[in-house]
Ligand binder design. Sequence first.
Ligand code: SAM
Ligand code: CA
Length: 244
Amino acid sequence: MAANGEEQKSRHQEVGHKSLLQSDALYQYILETSVYPREPESMKELRELTAKHPWNIMTTSADEGQFLNMLLKLINAKNTMEIGVYTGYSLLATALALPEDGKILAMDINKENYELGLPVIEKAGVAHKIDFREGPALPVLDHMIEDEKNHGSFDFIFVDADKDNYINYHKRLIDLVKVGGLIGYDNTLWNGSVVAPPDAPLRKYVRYYRDFVIELNKALAADPRIEICMLPVGDGITLCRRIK
Ligand code: SAM
Ligand code: CA
């Protein structure tokens, strides 16, 4: 029995501790064999443009962009929302996946960064699907909630903004997404800091948001209105499927 246990343990250790990925080389392999060769030209252009921007660390990774694009097609998403746009990489991945009459309500407090990427989105012929609102997302959600007809109207919602507000977003989004629809909360592994010891040397902003991310993860796991699936893609994305 004990020997079997030991065997199990060592086999598990062999598989590695970095979730499914054992090395950076393996991640590079994914990018080079299946992400970059299939990345639409417009997404490549936007990724390269964003790489020159000082806050480029905020952008969605190419593998996560590919994942979102396929997910949206799989669920036949038509009416969607994005909170946290930056230069628009995840927005473009979404816009390319939607049908011609698909819609994305996109919100960000910073319009300048959105406008940096906008020419690429326009050239890709998908800008007509985007309704960009400059400003904090919470008041927009509060306003939408007031109108019954917005309830249950979204097929997909991607949340990639201020982590200290995710719980507040969830309280509203759960009414706005349809039963059977999806909410994706991004960065739910928060740079791996969710498992860092209390005295770990973390950057100030990582430390500040960590507790909010941990609280969100607990709240989502305990919420009976959703089914969840936390994926180790990018910095962690938790998919929540509304079931009631
Ligand atoms: N999804 C983007 C992409 O693919 O490049 C990355 C988004 S970036 C990680 C987070 C964004 O959230 C920033 O552009 C920031 O301006 C925006 N943000 C921060 N607080 C916000 C708020 N209260 N409401 C809306 N957007 C907010
Ligand atoms: Ca993100």
